[in-house]
Design a protein around this ligand. Structure first.
Ligand code: G3P
Ligand code: CA
Length: 265
C-alpha cells in the first residue's frame, strides 16, 4: 500500500466514499473494507456540524444516509453520533455511526492515502479561525499525515485558503461534466497536485496537457470495467471508483503489474 503521494505509481485505485458498492458510504466499515481490498487511497466527504466539528457525510442533509432528518449543519456532533448511518444500506450495518474526520485518520493511521473532499455547504467567507479548511489542515498535521493526505473540492475558494497556510497538504480541484475550458489554468494557479474531472468529460488532450504541467488526473466515479480500462489506456493516474475490489481485479493480475488490454490488441 502506498503511504506517500510522492511515491504514487500510476494508475492507483481510489475507493469512492470507501467501498460504496458493498458498504454504507462514508462509514468506518466502508473505509476498512477499501483498505482490506487493497485500495491505494480512500475518498471521503466532509462538512461542519452545528458545533463546528468536521464530520464525514456526502449530502447536505441527514435524510438519505442516516436515521435522522434535516440539515447536517443544524445537528450537533452529539446528535449526529446517536444516528444510525448503516441500516439504510443494509440491516447488517445497523449501528454504524457517522464518523468524524479524526476518527477516520485514527482508523487508517497513515496506512493508506486519503482524499478529503470539502463539500461546498461548508463554505464561509472571511476564513474564520475555526474554518473547516483550517481544522482539516490542523488535524492532518497533528496526525502527521501531510505526505499521505490530499484535500479536494469543487469550490476553489477552499483550495485558495489552504494554499495561504504556512504548512499545508497537497490540494486537488474537482470539476463536473461541464468543466470550463480554462480548468488547467485554474489548476495551475491554485498549485494543485491533481485534477479530478468527471470521467465522461475527459479527453486524451486533457491528460497530455495536465501531465505537461505536472498535474496528475484522477477521474470520478468510474464503475464500468470497460470505462476503467479505457481511461487507464488513455493514461490517467488513477480512478475513483465505488468498487475498489472490482477495479483491482480488473486492472491488475498482480498488484503493480497492469494487466489491462490495449484497444489495439
Ligand atoms: O471527489 C470526486 C467525487 O467524489 C465528487 O463527487 O458527489 O461523489 O462527492 P461526489
Ligand atoms: Ca466526494
Amino acid at each position: 500500500m502506498c503511504r506517500n503521494l510522492r511515491d504514487i505509481k500510476s494508475p492507483i485505485i481510489i475507493g469512492h466514499r470507501g467501498y460504496r458498492a458493498e458498504y454504507p458510504e462514508n462509514t468506518l466499515a466502508s473505509f476498512s473494507a477499501a483498505m482490506s481490498a487493497g485500495a491505494d487511497m480512500i475518498e471521503l466527504d466532509v462538512t461542519l456540524s452545528r458545533d463546528r466539528k468536521v464530520v464525514v457525510i456526502h449530502d447536505d442533509t441527514l435524510n438519505r444516509t442516516t436515521s435522522g432528518f434535516g440539515p447536517v449543519h443544524q445537528a450537533t456532533l452529539q446528535t449526529l453520533k446517536r444516528l444510525d448511518a448503516g441500516s439504510w444500506f443494509d440491516p447488517r450495518f445497523a449501528g454504524e455511526s457517522l464518523p468524524t474526520l479524526e476518527e477516520v485518520l485514527i482508523l487508517t493511521e497513515g496506512k493508506i492515502l486519503i482524499n478529503v473532499e470539502i463539500k461546498s455547504s461548508a463554505w464561509e467567507s472571511g476564513f474564520p479561525e475555526d474554518a473547516i479548511e483550517r481544522q482539516i489542515v490542523d488535524l492532518i498535521i497533528r496526525h502527521d499525515l501531510l505526505n499521505s493526505t490530499l484535500v479536494s473540492s469543487f469550490h476553489a475558494g477552499f483550495l485558495e485558503n489552504i494554499g495561504k497556510l504556512p504548512v499545508h497538504p497537497e490540494i486537488a480541484f474537482i470539476t463536473d461534466r461541464n468543466a470550463p475550458q480554462n480548468t488547467l489554468d485554474v489548476c495551475e494557479r491554485l498549485g494543485v497536485f491533481s485534477w479530478h474531472p468527471h470521467y465522461k468529460s475527459l479527453e486524451q488532450q486533457h491528460i497530455e496537457k495536465a501531465h505537461a504541467r505536472g498535474i496528475l488526473i484522477f477521474p470520478y466515479t468510474v464503475n464500468p470495467v470497460e470505462e476503467m480500462l479505457m481511461l487507464v489506456n488513455m493514461g490517467v493516474d488513477g480512478v475513483i471508483t465505488d468498487d475498489p475490489g472490482a477495479a483491482i481485479s480488473c486492472l491488475f493480475a498482480n498488484r503493480g503489474t497492469p494487466a489491462y488490454i490495449s484497444p489495439k490488441d
